[in-house]
Design a protein. Sequence first.
Length: 255
Amino acid sequence: MSEGIIKAADDFWNIRGDFKIGGILNIGTQCSLVRLHNDRFVLLDAYALSGDIKAAVDEATDNGALLDAIINLHPFHTVHVEAAHAMYPKAKLFGTRRHVNKFPNLPWQNMLVDSEEFAAAYAEDFSFAIPAGVDFISSNENLHFSSVLAYHKASRTIHVDDTLMYLPLPGLIGKLRAPKLSFHPTLFLTLEARSGAAAEFRAWAQQLAQSCSDAENLCAAHSAAIVQGNNLSQQVLDALGRVEKILRKHEKKFG
C-alpha cells in the first residue's frame, strides 16, 4: 500500500494513507475529502497529509478556508487526530466519546458523531449507520470492529473503517479470483453478550444493504476501495451470509 488519492466521484476523493504496525507492516489507512451541497468540504477521518496530497487538498479547500469539519468516525482511529487538527485548526472537530476523552484539550464540538443530533446536522449530504448488536467502543482496545459508516448521497459512496473490508488477494490468486467484501474478522468477539444481539446485527446489515441500494463506490480502511462496483448492496448481503455461522453460534449460546 502507498499514499495516494482515488477520485471515487466528482465530489468524493479517497485518500489512501500509510499505517505501519511495528514500523514495518504497512496495513494502510484512509481519510476522504468530500464536497458538500453548499460547496464547502469535510474530511471523513483524520490523516497527516503531506506532499502532493496536502497540496491537492489545500488547493480544493482554499488552504482550508472551505473545510467545514474534520469528522472522526472510528473510536480507535486516533493516531492522526492531532496532526489533522493542527493542519486545519479552523475546521470544526467531531469525534466519538473516546476521541474526546483521549484528547481533552482539543476543541471538540459538543455533538458526538454517533448521535442522532450529528446525523441530522449533515443529513442533506450523508446518511450514517452504526452497527447494532456489537460494542461500539469495546473495553478491549484491540477490538476495532465498529465504526460510524458514512454514505455520501450525491456521489453514492460509502466510507467505512474496519467494519467492512475489501481485500484483494495477492499474486496470481488475486488475478484469478475477485476480492470479496467482508465484515471485519473480530465480529465474533464484539457481539454483545446478550440475547438478541446477533439478530440485531443481522437486521442492521440487511437495513444497510437496503438503504445503500444505489451505492456505486466503497472506501474501506486497511484494505482497498471499490470504485464503480457491481451491486454493492448485494455484496453487503453476501458478506452477511458469510458470517451467518457466527451469528447462529451466538444465538445458540445466548438465546
